[in-house]
Design a protein around this ligand. Structure first.
Ligand code: AMP
Ligand code: MG
Ligand code: MG
Length: 232
């Protein structure tokens, strides 16, 4: 795609678009025990509109290791793939290494105070980073890197910009005259298609901004200690 109009004024030069798949069961949308089984991400260059790198890792669920047939039918992910996967903590380390390498290669940073190109996460809805990853890391006491604490919710930006509620990611693409490429609910395909959608939104003049920020772990601990200190 050609560069978006006004691309020199972009707040972010890159976006890491991610889309987790997790264990699931029919009719239980808000199951508290979701575990990530596919951890995919693509790096989108906002100036060129191109995906320039991809990460994908299958993750082994520990709490409920056997996938439901509903889950396999929905996501296309098999028991063999997750059995050969890595624990979530290992996956986060692998992802962080991929991220670090890209940050060096493209001179980009998640921190606004660091000179160079800026990058942040983008997801379709808040579910991936606010619910899924956050809850699983807390439950399993896995240290979550602070860069996961800010993102752009593409669904929210889409609704505000076009002033309509799309029927899922595929519906959002369809409304722009695009067709979902690959398999819906495959994490890597969902991430690639979200990146395509973002490129088109940018081209139409939508500004990509951070829509949600969570407090970093250290800040939460300090706040808890302060409350604790006050009580005693
Ligand atoms: P998605 O990114 O839309 O593929 O969804 C992410 C995760 O949400 C899936 O891996 C499932 O764990 C869960 N999920 C999505 N759709 C459903 C559904 N219809 N019923 C139950 N869980 C779902
Ligand atoms: Mg999703
Ligand atoms: Mg998905």
């Amino acid at each position: 795609m050609s560069p978006p109009p006004g691309s020199l004024l972009l707040e972010f030069q890159y976006l890491v678009v991610l889309d987790f798949e997790s264990t699931c069961w029919e009719g239980k949308w808000n199951a508290p025990q979701h575990e990530i089984i596919e951890f995919p991400a693509v790096l989108l260059n906002l100036q060129s509109g191109e995906v320039i790198s991809e990460f994908q890792q299958y993750v082994m669920p520990m709490e409920q290791p056997v996938l439901s047939s509903f889950c396999t039918n929905l996501t296309g992910i098999t028991q063999e793939q997750v059995d050969a996967g890595v624990p979530l903590g290992t996956c986060i380390c692998l992802f962080s290494k991929w991220m670090q390498h890209l940050c060096e290669q493209h001179k980009m940073s998640f921190c606004a105070a660091v000179p160079g190109n800026r990058v942040t996460f983008a997801t379709w809805s808040d579910w991936d980073l606010e619910i899924c990853l956050q809850r699983e890391c807390t439950r399993k006491r896995i240290r979550k890197p602070d860069f996961f604490n800010q993102w752009a919710d593409v669904k929210l930006l889409y609704k505000k910009f076009y002033r309509r509620s799309p029927k899922g990611l595929a519906g959002a693409l369809q409304d722009l005259g695009l067709t979902f490429q690959g398999r819906e609910h495959s994490g890597i395909c969902d991430a690639r298609n979200t990146a395509t959608l973002i490129s088109h939104m940018l081209h139409d003049g939508c500004v990509i901004t951070v829509t949600k920020s969570l407090a970093p772990e250290a800040q939460k601990t300090r706040a808890l200690l302060a409350i604790h200190g006050k009580k005693h």
